[in-house]
Design a protein around this ligand. Structure first.
Ligand code: GLU
Length: 424
């Protein structure tokens, strides 16, 4: 099993050579600034207390407060969370939003827990990391298996903690606007319009930019999406609305493929909600998650978990273009082979940055107390994604390195400048 933290460090060392980074900059960036590790004791419905290992990795805050989601997954490890926090630093930098990078994770299987158990776990996690988060310090958000409801419990817990502190310190105005401490909240609790679909929408803006560069026409362009959670679904739906042909879709249970025409993601979602899986969707053939990666389409979109394309299957990839909506879906070894084979992969830090960008809008709206219409959010997201894509593409053409290194060159250069401005 590839260790994502080793991959993340290798990527940094590689870009370090391209940018001729000083050793002190590499030393500062190669590991997180802080890592919080806690054992959460949570009461289960049976009455028993269960211990869950949990982490928050704060990688770098040179460009602004730490920012990044929290994932609930059985395969979470300390190294995975560290890697993901480093990727958040580059992600916020490549799209030019004023944050550093962080990530949280809890080792648990939410699919086997009741809603009440998940709520107690979420509240206990926030209590444990509460001294280390805040609007100007570290701003958590959703990630794999966490959603607006979980953010609602978390912000509620955080507000309770603020109240307790106010009481004990007899200080009525302690803590600035706790709402801006967590993003990805439901609309009713200070969330932003457009946050739910933001990562998929951002990915579609990237798709449109790429299609322009490669002269692809939507109606003649076929797409396969691995992962049918929030990100994969919204990407597929919004691409379908623009006329792209969705040939294959899958989730953790398996996938489907059609010969002619396009799958309609909305219909597939309805089917999944009724039947618990995509498999057996009318008119479609069954395909496994691994097979989906090897289908011959124009664009492949991994939108699930890390390391799905590695040296064992990279040679079987038949597409010309990959848009990485998952974090870390391609290992560094596979990256090299894709580049040698002339396959363009738009890296995760750019392709999936729509989510954190609308999180940034949510934070801004919370801090100013004035909320935008959905159109406004969409327009502002498009401006940021289009600009970031152009900057990335120029760098890719200039340096003639693989696309990930081009995006890293833009991102790491900005972080380096921030560090140097503080201590040259
Ligand atoms: N979890 C998302 C990501 O990996 C969003 C993070 C955020 O909104 O802070 O980009």
């Amino acid at each position: 099993m590839i260790n994502p933290y080793k991959s993340a460090q290798e990527q940094l060392f590689n870009v370090g050579k391209i940018l001729k980074l000083e050793p002190r900059i590499i030393d500062k960036l190669k590991s997180p600034k802080n890592i919080i590790k806690v054992d959460l004791k949570v009461k289960m419905d049976s009455g028993k207390i269960k211990t869950f290992k949990a982490f928050r990795s704060q990688h770098d805050d040179s460009r602004g407060p730490f920012k990044g989601g929290i994932r609930f997954h059985p395969n979470v490890t300390e190294d995975e969370v560290k890697a993901l926090s480093m990727w958040m630093t580059w992600k916020c930098s490549v799209v030019g939003i004023p944050y550093g990078g962080a990530k949280g994770g809890v080792i648990c299987n939410p699919k086997k827990m009741s809603q009440k158990e998940i709520e107690r776990l979420a509240r206990s996690y926030i209590r444990a990391i509460s001294p280390n988060i805040g609007p100007w310090l570290d701003v958590p958000a959703p990630d794999v298996n966490t959603n607006p409801q979980i953010m609602a419990w978390m912000i509620d817990e955080y507000q309770k903690i603020q109240k307790e502190k106010r009481k004990s310190l007899k200080w009525s105005n302690l803590g600035v606007n706790p709402l801006a401490t967590i993003t990805g909240k439901p609309l009713e609790l200070g969330g932003s319009q457009g946050r739910t679909e933001a990562t998929g929408q951002g990915g579609v803006f990237i798709l449109q930019n790429l299609a322009k560069k490669l002269k692809l026409k939507p109606k003649e362009t076929t797409i396969a999406v691995q992962g049918f959670g929030n990100v994969g679904y919204w990407f597929a739906k919004l691409a379908y609305d623009l006329g792209y042909k969705i040939k294959a879709l899958s989730d953790s249970q398996g996938g489907i493929i059609i010969e002619n025409g396009s799958l309609n993601p909305e219909e597939v979602l309805e089917f999944k909600q009724k039947n618990g899986s995509l498999v057996n969707f009318k008119g479609a053939k069954k395909v496994s998650n691994e097979e989906l990666l090897e289908i011959k389409v124009d664009i492949l979109v991994p939108a699930a978990l890390e390391n799905v394309i590695d040296k064992s299957n990279v040679k079987k990839i038949k597409v010309k273009t990959i848009i990485e909506l998952a974090n870390g879906p391609i290992t560094p070894q596979a990256d090299k082979i894709l580049h040698q084979r002339g396959i363009i992969n738009i890296p995760d830090i750019l392709a999936n940055a729509g989510g954190v960008t609308v999180s940034y809008f949510e934070w801004v709206q919370n801090l100013q107390g004035y909320y935008w219409e959905k159109d406004e959010v969409g327009k502002k997201l498009k401006t940021i994604m289009d600009k970031a894509f152009e900057e990335f593409w120029d760098k890719y053409k200039e340096l003639k390195v693989n696309p990930r290194m081009a995006a890293y060159a833009v991102a790491v250069e900005r972080v380096k400048k921030a560090i140097k401005l503080k201590s040259s």
